[in-house]
Design a protein around this ligand. Structure first.
Ligand code: GZL
Length: 324
């Protein structure tokens, strides 16, 4: 009798020890050292932004050793400032900021610096008194994007009369500023080109459609739509088709971002020229953090290489080969 009681007690003891080991093992996994990153994102206003968010989430994943704390600012700088302060409170290892606008960051970034938290900027740029308030920036050359679009326009419409309907991005964003300066230089250098209309479509499809509908209803005559992102181009195309106009024939559409849907519209001729603005910054930011973790200092500014798509030369294979 005693023998099996002893066996039973040994079995219970063994199970308890295994359980503890498992518990220690589980707790070890739970507290595994992740690099904790607070990411303040502009919003979800466009295909570009959605692709950018996905790229960041895929790169800064737990299987890659990161814990990402994501905040969507719904296009409001004040929400980004609140998010950054929350990240500081949570003592994150890094703050990644995709800034809504260029100014108004000095105070909150001084707080991050005082807390010893490196700040990495992605996409648009900021203007601060002291550029030590951020470690580095990775994004696009928006002025080059504007010049590239205008170069294509000159190749096709130099010396011609061209009435331009200009849908701008959110005012004061680096993307809007660069793309607008590019067009302004084109207007300066091509006397036959005139600005039929200029307004911010806020990088959204709905606002872009609304503005073009209003232009058509008010008799604004235009030959080319210069849309500072694809979503506003989608809205413009919808408005023109609803009014019986054929985009690509009655009106030329030039756009930016080169999102998947826009490239399909370039293939079918509704968009004539699309300048890529690559959103896949996740791996780039991950590489920057890895360098900083290793005590290295990445370049202060990294511009990504980008390309263009022309309705005359684009193919389905080119579109299918792209990641976004
Ligand atoms: C550009 C980015 C712009 C995109 C828009 O890098 O800031 O904001 O062109 C997005 O689609 O809304």
């Amino acid at each position: 009798m005693k023998r099996w009681i002893c066996m039973l007690m040994l079995l219970v003891l063994a199970l308890c020890l295994c359980g503890c080991g498992q518990k220690e093992e589980t707790s070890a996994v739970e507290t595994e050292d992740f690099v904790v990153v607070g990411f303040s994102q502009v919003g979800a206003e466009s295909d570009w932004r959605v692709a950018n968010t996905l790229s960041m989430q895929e790169a800064l994943s737990e299987e890659n050793g990161y814990r990402l704390i994501f905040d969507d600012a719904q296009n409001k700088q004040e929400r980004q400032i609140t998010a950054i302060r929350n990240f500081i409170q949570q003592e994150v290892d890094y703050i990644v900021l995709a800034p809504t606008t260029e100014t108004g960051w000095d105070t909150v970034l001084m707080e991050a610096k005082a807390a010893g938290i490196p700040v990495i900027l992605v996409d648009r740029q900021i203007k601060v008194e002291d550029d030590s308030l951020f470690s580095c920036w990775v994004g696009s050359d928006f002025y080059l994007q504007g010049k590239t679009a205008v170069k294509w326009m000159e190749q096709n419409y130099a010396g011609q009369e061209l009435r331009i309907l200009h849908l701008q991005g959110n005012y004061g964003t680096t993307a809007q500023l660069g793309r607008t300066v590019g067009l302004d230089e084109g207007l300066e250098n091509n006397p036959g080109w005139t600005l039929a209309y200029r307004q911010s479509g806020e990088f959204t499809q709905g606002k872009g459609q609304e503005l073009v509908e209003d232009c058509i209803a008010n008799g604004v005559e235009f030959d080319l739509v210069y849309a500072e992102n694809d979503n506003m181009a989608y809205g413009a195309v919808d408005a023109m088709k609803a009014a019986g106009l054929t985009p690509g024939e009655d009106v030329v559409v030039v756009s930016f971002d080169a999102s998947h849907n826009a490239l399909q519209m370039t293939l079918n001729g509704e968009i004539s020229f699309d300048v890529e603005c690559n959103p896949l910054h996740g791996p780039r930011v991950k590489s920057i953090i890895e360098k900083l973790e290793a005590g290295m200092m990445p370049p202060k500014y990294t511009f990504v290489d980008e390309t263009t798509f022309d309705c005359e030369t684009i193919t389905q294979e080119m579109i299918d080969a792209r990641e976004y």
